[in-house]
Design a protein around this ligand. Structure first.
Ligand code: NAP
Ligand code: ZN
Length: 347
């Protein structure tokens, strides 16, 4: 068995602490990866604190993983020892439903297997994520990572990157489109970089006036302080697409009013509480509300290749493993610039 060092939450109200467990043996189709860096997603906080319900404890969070392949199973074709590798939010799916056939495994009809807080399809054993020294993943769910980029800054692309890239592609964002990004955190700052790289005119809506300078450096053309009702009103009837990344319940009304005719707001954030929406705000301009969940494996590879080509990486604050609880507290307060990444050498 593969003895693995990690950090885990033992319960919803417990801080993360050192933990050790055994990964499964490397099967014929598996890749064993030594984890170098793991990004810290707000979904880690939601799940470690059981804010969505149904969390499995003990929990080893982490689904923004980059590392190096140390061993491959006998049938593995795409990876060899020494390769760089990435793992995102999924480690398995049924592989035969219509969603999986279309390459959108995140919408697998049997439900995808989460990198953590999920259950292995064959054994039902809980899955443990990237706040760990190693991970074993079947080849189909391992991504290729370019040697050209700074690995620590690539880690957040595996969730924050693909989660924002996928809706920008799905809604066919092109040069000149007006894209709003609500919330400048991990997902938000990637949405800004990616939308700007696609040629969009990008506006950030933020509760933090202090983030304006950063927003512009990240590629935003405009910045709206969302706590200012006058500024929100002035932004009305303008956007083709609004990407909402906020992790807490907010009033969506002024953002719906900011959409132009046929505009869409895509919800990416998953606040524990449901939003309230009045039909008038939608029917007045045939506006739409949509949601989007991470991205498929093929699209994740496409996003990683796009980022390598355009030299796009996350802006990060590197932390040692022991600082994870403090990082969670800062994230909840919106004090994130713009992704915490754990250096697993410090485990
Ligand atoms: P994050 O780094 O904590 O960023 C969230 C940002 O939202 C904050 O930086 C803050 O930005 C804003 N915000 C936070 N609390 C707020 C409040 N009470 N009112 C208004 N704005 C607030 O989080 P993240 O990792 O980007 O994740 C964001 C959300 O997306 C989480 O709910 C996460 O679970 C979800 N998520 C969804 C998917 C998916 O597939 N759909 C994938 C990953 C994550 P400002 O300071 O700029 O206001
Ligand atoms: Zn995530």
């Amino acid at each position: 068995m593969n003895q693995t060092k990690a950090y885990a939450a033992e319960a919803a109200n417990a801080p993360l602490a050192p933990f050790s467990f055994e990964r499964r043996e490397v099967g014929a189709h598996d890749v064993l990866i030594e984890i170098l860096y793991c990004g810290v997603c707000h979904s880690d906080v939601h799940q470690a604190r059981d804010e969505w319900g149904g969390s499995i404890f003990p929990m080893v969070p982490g689904h923004e993983i980059v590392g190096r392949v140390v061993e491959v199973g006998s049938h593995v074709k795409q990876f060899k020892q020494g390769d760089l590798a990435g793992v995102g939010c999924m480690v398995d799916s049924c592989q035969h439903c219509s969603s999986c056939d279309e390459g959108v495994e995140q919408y697998c009809e049997e439900g995808f297997t989460g990198t953590y807080n999920g259950r292995e399809r064959e054994t039902g054993a809980p899955t443990y994520g990237g706040y760990a020294s190693h991970i074993v993943v079947r080849e189909e769910f391992v991504l290729h990572v370019s040697e050209k980029l700074d690995l620590a800054r690539v880690a957040p692309l595996l969730c924050a990157g693909i989660t924002t890239y996928s809706p920008l592609r799905q809604w066919k964002v092109k040069a000149g489109d007006r894209v709003g990004v609500v919330g400048l955190g991990g997902l938000g700052h990637m949405a800004v970089k990616l939308a700007a790289a696609m040629g969009a005119e990008v506006t950030v809506f933020s509760t933090s006036p202090s983030k304006e300078k950063d927003a512009r450096e990240l590629g935003a053309h405009k910045f709206v302080v969302s706590k200012d009702p006058e500024a929100m009103k002035a932004a009305g009837n303008y956007f083709d697409l609004i990407i909402n990344t906020v992790s807490a319940k907010i009033d969506l009304t002024p953002y719906l009013a900011a959409l132009r005719l046929d505009g869409t707001m895509v919800l990416l954030g998953v606040p524990p509480e449901a939003p309230e929406i009045h039909a008038f705000n939608l029917i007045a301009k045939r506006r739409r509300i949509a949601g989007s969940l991470i991205g498929g494996i093929q699209e994740t590879q496409e996003m990683l290749d796009f980022c390598a080509e355009h030299n796009i990486m996350s802006d990060i604050e590197m932390i040692p493993m022991k600082d994870i609880n403090e990082a969670y507290e800062r994230m909840v307060k919106g004090d994130v610039h713009y992704r915490f990444v754990i250096d697993l050498q410090t485990l």
